[in-house]
Design a protein around this ligand. Structure first.
Ligand code: CMP
Length: 162
């Protein structure tokens, strides 16, 4: 079963500083995902603490907050079929050394501390993280993406018995 979902993705400060925003966005567009929200913003300490509250107390927490607030990020809301899992597959494992070749982290990063992108790990996290970074009116989905065109074609073919 496939279902349409939304997920939250961030190109982290290392991705922005390296000038690879376009290359990363291209991966999601090439896959046919629909970008329904996007902005460049500076993460404040407050935002960072909200975003990464589940990691509070972990040995890497302070460095993670330092890293995520070290420059602007590109925050995105991405829509697609099973978007949470599918985007994570496109992004690759948290450690770039373990990520499969062809994933963003394997191809653009070397170590876990600078792994270029963040992607929500569940539908619940996605809803929570989208709510942290986006107001409802900052999300635009009143246009047809490739996934929707595919869904429309599928319906048409089924009706025609193809
Ligand atoms: P992200 O997917 O944004 O979720 C938590 C982030 O913490 C992770 O990517 C890494 O950037 C960072 N991090 C740093 N060290 C570790 C670690 N030892 N385990 C997990 N995440 C880490």
């Amino acid at each position: 079963m496939t279902s349409e979902e939304r997920t939250f993705v961030a190109i982290k400060p290392d991705g922005v500083k390296r000038g690879i925003i376009g290359k990363i966005i291209e991966r999601f567009e090439d896959k046919g995902f629909k970008i329904v929200g996007m902005k460049l913003l500076q993460v404040t300490d407050e935002l960072a603490a909200k975003h990464y509250e589940e990691h509070l107390g972990k040995p890497f927490y302070n460095r993670l907050i330092y890293y995520i607030t070290s420059g602007p990020i590109v925050a995105m809301v991405i829509e697609g079929y099973n978007a949470v899992e599918s985007v994570r597959h496109t992004v690759g494992k948290t450690s770039p050394m373990e990520a499969d070749v062809g994933t963003i982290r394997a191809d653009f990063a070397q170590i876990m501390q600078y792994n270029v992108v963040h992607a929500s790990d569940s539908v619940e996290s996605a809803n929570r993280e989208i709510g942290i970074y986006f107001k409802p009116e900052e999300i635009y989905d009143n246009w047809q993406s490739m996934s929707e065109i595919i869904a429309y074609d599928e319906e048409r073919y089924t009706k025609q018995g193809l």
